[in-house]
Design a protein. Structure first.
Length: 297
C-alpha cells in the first residue's frame, strides 16, 4: 500500500520532526495539536530546521517553501480521516492514547494504518482500543531525536500485525530516508532496551564516585566514539522522560538494570529536567552551547 498522505498527532519535538521528515520525502501531511498555539509553536520549529537545511545546502532554497506547503495544521481529529497512515506522537499517557485511537478508529477510512511513536508503552495495549479489523493495521514507528537528522526508525509489530501492513511500514521508513529495523512489541524495543540501562548506569557511576560528570562523558565520547557522553545525552533526551521510560521498563521486566537510580529521581523531583528546563547534569542557563557541569554529588 502506497503512503501518500500522513497524519501526525502532536506537534512537539517528535511530532514536528516526523511531520517535517514526511513532507521532505514528498508526502502530504496533516498535523493535529490540541490548540492552535501549540500547532504554531511546532511549525515555527519546523521552519527553523528547514532554514538550517537550506543554509547548509541539504535542501535547495526553493524546496524550503515547497516542503512547508505540504504541511497543514489542525485541532480537529476528523481532518485526519483520509490519511493513509497516522503516526501518533502525543504525551506518553496510555489512557489518552487509547481514547485518541478509539475516536480515530471511528473517523478514519478502513485502510488507514495506525502507528505509535511511543518509546516504551505497549503497542498491543494501544491496539486493543480499536476494532478487530483495525488491530491488524496497528504498528509502532519509533523515531529518534532530532528526527530530521537521526537515520533510524524502529518498525514494531504486534502478534496481530498483518504482514503486508508491516512491509508497507518498513517501506515507508525507507521512503523517509531512514534505515528501518524490525522489532517485536516488547517495552523499549531494540534501542531503549540497550540505551536505557547504559544511561542509568552512567548515573550510578556518578553516584558511586567512579568519575566526574565531564570525565564520564568524555570517557564514552572519546573512548567509544559516541557523539554525546551519556550524561549530556540524558540532558538532551530529558531526565523526566528517561525516568518515565525507565519506570515503564522496570515494571515490565522487573530487572534492576531498568530501575531509576535515586539521583535521577531526586533531580526530576527538583525540576532538573536537562536542556529543556535549563539545568540537568549541566547548567545551560548562561551559555547553552558551553554548559557547565552541576555540583550534584
Ligand atoms: N534540524 C536541522 N538541523 C539541525 C537540527 C534539526 N532539528 N538539530 C541539529 N541540527 C544541526 C545543527 O544546527 C548543526 O548545524 P551546524 O553544523 O550548521 O552548526 C548540526 O545539526 C550539528 O549539530 P551540533 O553542532 O549541535 O552537534 P552535533 O554535531 O553533535 O550533532 C546531534 C547533533 C545530531 C544531535 C548529535 O550530537 C547526535 O547524534 N547526538 C546523539 C543523539 C541521540 O542519541 N539521539 C537519540 C536519543 S534517544 C531517542 O530519541 C529515543 C527515545 O526514545 C528516548
Amino acid at each position: 500500500m502506497e503512503i501518500r498522505k500522513v497524519g501526525v498527532l502532536g506537534c512537539g519535538l517528535m511530532g514536528s520532526g516526523i511531520a517535517q521528515t514526511c513532507a521532505t520525502a514528498g508526502m502530504d501531511v496533516v498535523v493535529r495539536e490540541v490548540t492552535s498555539e501549540l500547532c504554531e509553536k511546532g511549525f515555527a520549529g519546523i521552519e527553523k530546521s528547514l532554514r538550517k537545511f537550506a543554509e547548509k545546502g541539504t535542501i535547495k532554497p526553493e524546496q524550503e517553501a515547497e516542503i512547508r506547503g505540504r504541511m497543514t495544521g489542525t485541532t480537529e481529529l476528523k481532518d485526519l480521516a483520509d490519511c493513509d497512515l497516522i503516526v501518533e506522537a502525543i504525551i506518553e499517557n496510555l489512557d489518552l492514547k487509547r481514547e485518541t485511537y478509539r475516536q480515530l478508529d471511528e473517523l478514519c477510512k478502513p485502510e488507514t494504518i495506525f502507528a505509535s511513536n511511543t518509546s516504551s508503552l505497549s503497542i498491543t495495549e494501544m491496539m486493543t482500543s480499536t476494532r478487530p479489523e483495525r488491530q491488524q493495521r496497528f504498528i509502532g514507528l519509533h523515531f529518534f531525536n532530532p528526527v530530521p537528522l537521526m537515520k533510524l526508525v524502529e518498525v514494531v509489530r504486534t502478534i496481530l500485525t498483518d504482514e503486508a501492513v508491516y512491509d508497507s511500514a518498513v517501506e515507508f521508513g525507507r521512503q523517509l530516508g531512514k534505515t528501518p529495523v524490525r522489532a517485536d512489541d516488547r517495552s523499549g524495543f531494540i534501542v531503549n532496551r540497550l540505551l536505557v540501562p547504559y544511561l542509568l548506569d552512567s548515573i550510578r557511576a556518578l553516584e558511586e564516585g567512579v568519575g566526574s560528570i565531564v570525565d564520564i562523558d568524555n570517557g564514552m565520547k572519546l573512548g567509544c566514539g559516541h557523539p554525546m557522553g551519556p550524561l549530556t545525552l540524558l540532558d538532551f533526551v530529558g531526565l523526566d522522560t528517561t525516568y518515565y521510560i525507565a519506570e515503564i521498563m522496570f515494571n515490565e521486566f522487573r530487572e534492576r538494570r531498568f530501575a531509576p537510580p535515586p539521583l535521577l529521581k531526586r533531580m526530576v523531583l527538583a525540576g532538573l529536567y536537562g536542556r529543556k528546563s535549563g539545568r540537568g547534569f549541566y547548567d545551560y542557563t548562561a551559555d547553552a552551547r558551553n554548559p557547565t557541569p552541576m555540583k550534584l554529588v
